[in-house]
Design a protein around this ligand. Structure first.
Ligand SMILES: [Zn+2]
Length: 226
């Protein structure tokens, strides 16, 4: 396999999806449509807000957060001021909500962020925990997803960031297609992780390299299993 797939540096594994608005992995598209149809039967309009993102896009997100040009959130989803943070604190604050370029599961095409288009328009979606909680606009959709995922009736989709494991913040809206994503994660060694960092034009690079082993375990492999 071309390992650039893991790093968001190729599109060879992707197909256009949902009126070509998104790119997703060619082997997950059909099962997402099945999940979408089941959701519809239960009264939910399951839609994607974000699918494949490439390396450069993720680099832009990371660097603009490191420069304080893009909102940074604390564990509760409240905006954080970066002025009071040391470089190490800043790095870990970004990692709670944003993957390192080369390390986002969105590079794989297997992972999508979803919302309920019956209750929100795409420009209203913020991807915050409060939207998924009781009385939030996506709470009914997520209650339904809880049920089909726990019954293994979700066509291979599950939530890698279901619970707070001290790494990536819980993200109920982030669904992953396990049959492919599990294989990709198994291929993503700490050697690939370190080399990707070394070759990157990323801000906070020194900090990242000195914590590389911890970050690899805490933010990449430390996920909920299907
Ligand atoms: Zn996501």
């Amino acid at each position: 396999m071309n390992l650039d797939i893991l790093l968001g540096k190729t599109k060879e594994h992707l197909v256009p999806f949902l009126e070509t608005k998104f790119l997703v992995h060619k082997d997950m598209a059909r099962n997402f449509l099945k999940l979408q149809r089941e959701a519809e039967k239960a009264g939910h309009n399951l839609q994607i807000i974000s699918a494949f993102r490439d390396y450069d896009r993720q680099l832009l997100i990371w660097n603009s957060k490191a420069r304080g040009e893009r909102v940074l959130l604390d564990d509760h989803g409240t905006p954080l001021s970066i002025n009071n943070l040391s470089p190490t604190e800043l790095m870990f604050a970004i990692l709670r909500w944003s993957a390192l370029p080369g390390c986002s599961r969105h590079h794989w095409g297997t992972d999508v962020d979803v919302y309920d288009a019956n209750t929100q328009s795409p420009d209203e979606v913020k991807l915050l925990p409060s939207e998924c909680e009781k009385n939030g606009p996506a709470s009914d959709l997520h209650e339904w997803l809880d049920s089909v995922i726990s019954q293994k009736a979700s066509f291979g989709f599950y939530r890698p960031y279901q619970s707070d494991r001290g790494g990536v913040s819980p993200e109920k809206w982030h669904l992953s297609y396990a049959p492919i994503a599990e294989k990709y994660l198994a291929l993503f060694t700490s050697t690939i992780f370190r080399r990707n960092l070394e070759e990157s034009d990323i801000l906070l690079k020194e900090e990242l390299l000195s914590h590389a082993e911890e970050i690899y375990h805490r933010f990449l492999t430390n996920i909920d299993m299907p």
